[in-house]
Write a protein that binds this ligand. Structure first.
Ligand SMILES: Cc1ncc(COP(=O)(O)O)c(C=O)c1O
Length: 426
């Protein structure tokens, strides 16, 4: 396949062909197109733009000040800084960071992990790419027990029919409000299931699987001898963007993926995996083969903050209250703007930075709504991207959007008005 056929290079004199592996990833993907759209919009610097798409953490001044202070502490100890900048870490991560992290987790959750249960990756996205492809492909699948699920997994699989997703049961929880519930009766643990994976909190919906739902998945995984992968990018202990109490879990059959990104450090590309030793050895080996070592700046910044309690204070006193306040404000703005003007409902916001809205009976598909909003300088994410791996299309597939609630408040309020106006005019 000539992947440049529809690219700016279409007149280039190339007649290359890619391998099967190359074909899989060189394919235009939903996430690639969206990232391009969002990137171009941001780069335009247009002051009228309402950026309600994307997954960047919000710039929170108090958090930024803490990271800057830690950065200064690094630069004030030149020997330490020189070692960070001038040496490759081990492929597993910085030994100091790994032992700090193990102590931190054991202090809080008594998981009994050692540094051998931990591995750093260049962002948790990279960890999912490796984990999914290490476990599934060639007929083996990743089971997603609660669809819609994170768009970033959708194109990661090397091979067709990589995901087997189970549509959540929609439960009305109030006026203009619903919640997806996992339906264990719809989960089929067939022999081709290689692993179960969930994001908790869930991107895009802001759902948080209950402790009971996680227990059910953990039992299923154990019974069927497959790992349960829990994507904790927004969860506890950090960044802790959770608006309800839930218990973080880990056990040897669970692979827990954490990240520094949503704290406000996505540029450091730091993912942290907690898993049984054979998994860690596998990931370490892939790190070495694919990239020698990880970036170590994130580890150098976060390690001291984990050790002296600043990380916990940052999450509990600054990050969670910030996102919760923005989410509540967004909720009020939806009520005011959409009210009874249009048919709409919103997923309960239990965590993460997003609101997930459904417009039942909308006369145009989500992609068309996206285009019309983009023409009015409002960027959201069309919902259909998050429904993949399903046997049949759920009724709401083309009726949803994902909205980031925590970027510029004035832009957000303007965006909500434009969304309401556009929908009312359909
Ligand atoms: C649910 C979820 N998981 C994983 C990631 C990947 O994050 P990172 O690679 O920055 O750790 C993201 C990023 O948006 C996410 O939303």
């Amino acid at each position: 396949m000539n992947v440049f056929a529809s690219s700016p290079h279409e007149n280039a004199p190339f007649s290359w062909t890619w391998s099967e592996y190359g074909d899989t990833f060189a394919h235009p993907s939903g996430i690639l197109e969206l990232m391009r759209d969002l990137g171009e919009a941001l780069a335009s610097g247009d002051p009228d733009l309402c950026m309600l798409g994307g997954g960047n953490p919000s710039p929170i001044p108090e958090a930024e000040a803490m990271f800057r202070a830690q950065w200064r502490a690094l630069t004030d100890t030149p020997a330490h800084l020189d070692a960070i900048l001038g040496k490759y870490d081990t492929a597993q991560g910085s030994p100091l960071f790994l032992s700090t992290m193990a102590d931190y987790l054991n202090d809080r959750y008594k998981w009994g992990v050692t540094p051998e249960n931990l591995c750093v990756t260049n962002g948790s996205q990279t960890a999912f790419f490796h984990l999914f492809n290490l476990l599934a492909g060639q007929g083996k699948k990743i089971l997603l027990p609660l669809s819609p699920e994170y768009i970033g997994y959708a194109d990661q699989g090397h091979g067709a029919d990589f995901f087997q997703a189970v549509h959540g049961r929609m439960e009305e929880t109030g006026p203009h409000r619903f919640k997806y519930r996992m339906d264990p009766d719809r989960i089929r643990m067939t022999p081709d299931v290689a692993a179960i994976a969930v994001s908790r909190p869930t991107n895009p919906t802001g759902n948080v699987l209950t402790d009971g739902e996680i227990q059910t998945l953990s039992d299923l995984a154990l019974q069927h001898g497959v790992p349960l992968i829990i994507d904790n990018a927004y969860g506890a202990p950090f960044p802790g963007i959770l608006f309800r109490e839930v218990t973080p879990v880990w056990a040897p059959h669970i692979i827990l993926a954490m990240s520094l990104s949503k704290l406000g450090l996505p540029g450091t590309r730091t993912g942290i995996i907690v898993a049984d030793r054979p998994v860690i050895r596998m990931l370490t080996s892939i790190n070495a083969v694919a990239g020698l070592a990880n970036g170590n700046i994130g580890q150098a910044l976060a390690g001291p903050m984990l050790a002296d309690g600043r990380m916990d204070r940052l999450c509990a006193e600054i990050i969670r209250p910030f996102y919760e306040a923005r989410s509540r404000r967004a909720g009020r703005l939806w009520e005011d703007a959409l009210g009874e003007r249009v048919s709409w409902t919103r997923h309960e916001a239990e965590g993460s930075m997003f609101h997930w809205l459904r417009f039942p009976g909308m006369p145009i598909p989500d992609t068309e709504l996206y285009q019309r909003l983009k023409a009015r300088k409002v960027l959201v994410i069309p919902g259909h991207y998050f429904f993949y791996g399903l046997e049949t299309d759920p009724p709401e597939r083309h009726e949803c959007i994902r909205v980031h609630t925590a970027m510029d408040p004035a832009q957000f309020a303007r965006g909500v008005e434009i969304i309401a106006d556009t929908l009312a005019g359909l």
